[in-house]
Design a protein around this ligand. Structure first.
Ligand SMILES: Cc1cc2nc3c(=O)[nH]c(=O)nc-3n(C[C@H](O)[C@H](O)[C@H](O)COP(=O)(O)OP(=O)(O)OC[C@H]3O[C@@H](n4cnc5c(N)ncnc54)[C@H](O)[C@@H]3O)c2cc1C
Length: 653
């Protein structure tokens, strides 16, 4: 296990230089990665300080490389940042080449302070820190170099720099959020869209339904509120639609004789993998069980949250590159995995999602009463345009987003009374806060701390449910307090339709004993976390089928990794993912978002939220309920709230 020689990371000085290696703190204790691509870490230089692992590391050379990278990344708007990093690099070169003088050390100290004091973004503010710490704690290394007075031997260090930001690091797909916000500030919406398109074709979709973990990592939070990052993305995507971006920037079609990859499922994971593989010049065929593309984006999420013309245009982008989608073809029933292999595909990516409902374990739920309809089945039916007869009273069970979608869709279908039953309290509801508020506004009655015990029927049709009141006990393994039934508190809730929406499970009808795939005890596919490769060479999987019920952006992230790994598997015979993903992982481990970080010079502009259709209007139709930003002045104003907390880090290996 690697140990720390010296660390000033995140403001804590851990100086182990006088200790024997065996007595030193381990890197793990400081949550610092100790290896990258099979090589041991010698040092880490970055926005939060300096970590030295190998006492023999060429620190000055490594610092010079760091400031060379800072120069490349500096936007140049703050002269001290761009020019100052150049001056630092030159002075360090002088020292390394035997031309340095002792006063250079004072000069370096002063210029690094000047850069951090006068820069407007975090790149300039934070990057001088490692030099300041090196000058303070490793002055002897500089003096030795100055005394030698001759060029130092070129070091064999390997340098791995990365520029990120808390928002970018928090995004599972690591979309270049600071990059597209800058483009929006400049009014270059096409560039903002292009930056998003590096990671997925589904930009307008994400702009509407992404759960935006980036916003939870936004450093403005300690000051006022995070940026509306999702809505900025949506604006860029909508601008692209209004201004025929895809017509103007047509993506090349893949050649007929290209190597081919098969994909199972046309949901966000399957579509993103197909897009990324087509961009890498592979021919892709998607096998899709349903008659339409999009997976849960089209048969789960209701159209009042995601208009289908937005999704369909994004699917068209994928097919315009030559990706073929074969509909109404369920792998495992209409074609087997073996038959797919026989068609000369070089690899298969499985992204079949979770389309069956989890059961509640309550009496009568498997009796097939009329009016008993699991949530995903209900949403699938209405999204495929099938008739559903709900009656006057509908009871939805669950407290997550799927339950909200079911209840809010029932309202829009004209149901007189919609009841939502959830076994914990409002605080524990996993649904998005905005969704919960919107559901209440639309007149849905919440029965909190209640759970069904029995589905009641009359002549084979649902007539209601017997429910029991619950109280909250000790926290369970999820950290939420466990709901405990209260004896004797049973009550009846009348309903014509009961819709359980408590979770989804997979239908792995395509798996057999020798297909080379294992299933976890949670009912998900086993793959390598990084490459998404299954045990059998050439098979990869991603999205909900691997993650369990997750999110669109997580599904996209797995698809991006899988596409990279498939490319590497086909070209080099070994699945592997790129440098960026690994580095973002390391950076996440270092804790790039810190609640206690209060950015400077934030201004006092408040977060701008979008307009929403008035409740009376939206309750009676499936028209899009959230309207996004209206004009470029709104969007520029919101983008200007970004304080650009860029973080430059570098591993020395
Ligand atoms: C009602 C609902 C609302 C949601 N809301 C949000 C939200 O607001 N934000 C968010 O981020 N996430 C949301 N999610 C979660 C999100 O939709 C999923 O995480 C995401 O769609 C998973 O993508 P996927 O590609 O892995 O699977 P899916 O989207 O499920 O797509 C899988 C595809 O594979 C097809 N398929 C399945 N089996 C086979 C087979 N054997 N052969 C061929 N094809 C097959 C399916 O028909 C489907 O088209 C929601 C989910 C639901 C159910």
């Amino acid at each position: 296990m690697s140990t720390v020689y010296f660390s000033s990371w995140n403001g804590t000085i851990t100086d182990e230089r006088q200790k024997q290696p065996a007595e030193r703190l381990s890197l793990e204790d400081l949550k610092i990665p100790f290896q990258h691509q099979g090589k041991d870490l010698k040092a880490l230089i970055g926005w939060a300080g300096l970590v030295i692992v190998d006492p023999g590391v060429d620190l000055i050379m490594a610092l010079r490389e760091f400031y060379r990278n800072m120069q490349k990344e500096s936007c140049g708007r703050c002269i001290p940042c761009r020019a100052g990093s150049r001056v630092i690099e030159d002075r360090l070169t002088d020292i390394l080449e035997g031309r340095g003088k002792e006063e250079d050390l004072l000069f370096l100290q002063e210029i690094s302070k000047l850069i951090s004091d006068s820069s407007l973004c975090e790149l300039g503010i934070s990057s001088p820190l490692p030099l300041q710490h090196a000058l303070e704690y490793f002055r002897d290394d500089f003096l030795k170099c100055l005394e030698a007075g001759k060029p130092q031997e070129v070091s064999e260090n390997i340098y791995r720099p990365i520029l990120t930001a808390p928002c970018r690091n928090g995004c599972p797909a690591h979309i270049d959020i600071p990059g597209y916000i800058e483009a929006i500030k400049e009014g270059d919406y096409e560039l903002a869209l292009a930056i998003n398109r590096e990671k997925t074709p589904l930009v307008g979709t994400l702009g509407r339904v992404c759960v935006h973990p980036c916003e939870s990592n936004c450093n403005r939070q300690p000051v006022d509120e995070s940026l509306s990052i999702r809505l900025l993305k949506r604006f860029a995507a909508d601008y692209g639609v209004k201004n025929s971006y895809d017509e103007k920037h047509k993506l090349p079609r893949v050649k007929e004789d290209a190597d081919r990859v098969a994909v199972v499922g046309a949901g966000p994971a399957g579509l993103t993998a197909a897009y990324q593989l087509a961009r890498r010049r592979y021919g892709v065929t998607i096998y899709e069980a349903l008659p339409i593309p999009g997976g849960m984006l089209s048969v789960g999420i209701p159209s009042y949250r995601l208009p289908r013309e937005i999704l369909n245009a994004e699917v068209d982008l994928v097919t315009s590159m030559g990706v073929e989608i074969i509909y109404n073809t369920k792998v495992g029933e209409d074609i087997t995995l073996d038959q797919i292999w026989e068609k000369d595909f070089k690899a298969i990516f499985i992204a079949s999602g979770l389309h069956d409902s989890a059961t509640m374990g309550c009496e009568g739920e498997d009796a097939c009463y009329m009016g008993y309809m699991p949530g995903v089945e209900f949403l699938r039916k209405i999204n495929l345009g099938e008739q559903v007869n709900l009656g006057d009273r509908v009871a939805v069970i669950g407290g997550g987003n799927v339950a909200m979608d079911c209840a809010r869709s029932a309202v829009r279908l004209g149901v007189r009374e919609v009841h939502l039953i959830y076994r914990r309290s409002r605080n524990e509801m996993p649904a998005n806060k905005a969704e919960i508020a919107a559901a209440e506004e639309e007149g849905i009655t919440f029965h909190l701390l209640a759970n069904p015990t029995c589905i009641l029927e009359d002549g084979g049709s649902v007539s209601g449910m017997e429910c029991i009141r619950m109280e909250l006990g000790e926290p369970d393994e999820s950290g939420r307090r466990r709901p405990v039934p209260m004896d004797g508190s049973e009550f009846i809730l009348n309903a014509d339709t009961v819709i359980p929406a408590i979770g989804q499970v997979a239908d792995f009808c395509y798996l057999n004993e020798d297909c080379g795939m294992d299933v976890t005890r949670w009912g998900t596919l086993v793959v390598d976390e990084e490459t998404m490769a299954a045990k059998k060479p050439g098979i990869f999987a991603g999205g909900d089928a691997v993650l369990g019920a997750s999110t669109v952006i997580e599904a996209i992230a797995t698809a991006n990794r899988a596409a990279e790994a498939i490319d590497s598997y086909i070209k080099k015979g070994k699945a592997g993912v790129g440098y960026r993903h690994k580095m973002e992982k390391h950076i996440e481990q270092l804790g790039v978002y810190r609640e206690e970080t209060v950015p400077q010079m934030v201004g006092d502009r408040e977060r701008l939220d979008e307009e929403v259709l008035p409740v009376d209007e939206r309750m009676h139709c499936f028209k899009e309920a959230e309207l996004g930003f209206k004009c470029s002045s709104e969007v520029t104003g919101e983008a200007q709230r970004c304080v650009k907390c860029l973080r430059l880090g570098m591993l020395v290996l």
